[in-house]
Design a protein around this ligand. Structure first.
Ligand code: SF4
Length: 305
């Protein structure tokens, strides 16, 4: 059949999020990929090369790379070079930051690359507890500083739970000082790991939205210093006072809109926000978020000239 018809010829998707390994040097309390024994493992080098070949044939031009921790893969640079050879860009890398040294940034620069680094950061003085590694917070901060100083775009993903809402304001402030461009906050996904290790810090979706409502006026009062997204709730835009309430009815049910390839090579799709969000919105929270943003905007962005 392939002799007469190229099965990839008419396929096209521009971007793929690829988890290149299920291995990691961290032991996060909520991890759904690595887990303590790296249950999902990773593709062999040959399988990964073949995956790149297939992606190239399907028209993929942009990769977002995640893990596990991507930099624990010994053949990381060989895979990057092969993807570049096939005409792809590496647009974004998700990392815990521990291995993101200047020597790694040198390697990217030598290849003429400036990908965005998205570093996990779960709150000032709360991060080590969440990540299971002493020094994880300092490592993440150092990685972000290195990237910012060298002109690499940076973002942060922050898991919100009962134990870190009290440092949300301080955390956004610290990350803005470091030069982070965007912070994406979301509920901790309630998987078996988190249920086991949360130590009372599990949070319902309603509690999460209420924590966001408490924080919104503080964001405006502090000068709207960095773009912050609260997944499933609201986008807050730097400097302007503008915001966008995320309307569950229109867009909350959407899954990840590209392809996601897991560490074992399976193509996976997932919803960005939890099922409980629909019930929370039905209780009128969409309007509460809008009102809170409007009031804060009026109070903290009125021109005094
Ligand atoms: S850094 Fe990521 S992959 Fe590693 S254990 Fe934590 S959540 Fe899992």
């Amino acid at each position: 059949m392939e002799k007469y018809c190229d099965p990839f010829a008419k396929r096209y998707t521009e971007q793929v999020l690829w988890t290149i390994t299920g291995r990691c040097n961290f032991r996060c309390r909520f991890c759904c990929v690595n887990t303590p024994d790296s249950a999902l493992d990773e593709m062999t080098h040959l399988e990964a090369i073949q995956a790149i070949d297939r992606m190239a044939k399907c028209g993929v031009r942009s990769l977002k790379i995640s893990g596990g921790e991507p930099f624990v893969r010994e053949d990381f640079w060989s895979l990057v070079d092969y993807a570049l050879e096939k005409g792809m860009k590496i647009d974004k890398i998700y990392t815990n930051g521990w291995l993101l040294m200047d020597s790694v940034l040198d390697q990217f620069e030598q290849r003429g690359m400036k990908p965005e680094f998205c570093v996990g950061f779960d709150g000032v003085e709360k991060h080590d507890w969440m990540r299971g590694i002493k020094g994880a917070e300092q490592a993440a901060r150092n990685a972000l500083i290195r990237c910012c100083l060298r002109g690499f775009p940076t973002s942060v993903e922050m898991n919100i739970h009962r134990g870190n809402t009290d440092v949300l304001r301080e955390t956004v402030d610290v990350l803005a000082d470091l030069g982070v461009r965007k912070i994406i906050c979301h509920e901790v996904r309630n998987n078996d790991m988190w249920k086991h290790y949360a130590a009372g810090n599990e949070m319902s979706t309603k509690e999460y939205v209420e924590a966001v409502l408490r924080y919104i006026p503080e964001y405006y009062a502090d000068g709207m210093r960095v773009v912050v997204r609260f997944e499933g709730v609201v986008d807050l835009y730097k400097g302007t006072g503008e915001y966008r309430v995320i309307d569950y009815k229109n867009e909350g049910k959407k899954g990840y809109l590209g392809w996601y390839i897991g560490p074992d090579g399976q193509i996976v799709s997932w919803k960005r926000i939890t099922d409980d969000m629909e019930n929370v919105w039905k209780e009128g929270y969409l309007e509460k978020v809008r009102e809170t943003c409007e009031q804060a905007k009026k109070r903290f962005t009125t021109c005094s000239a």
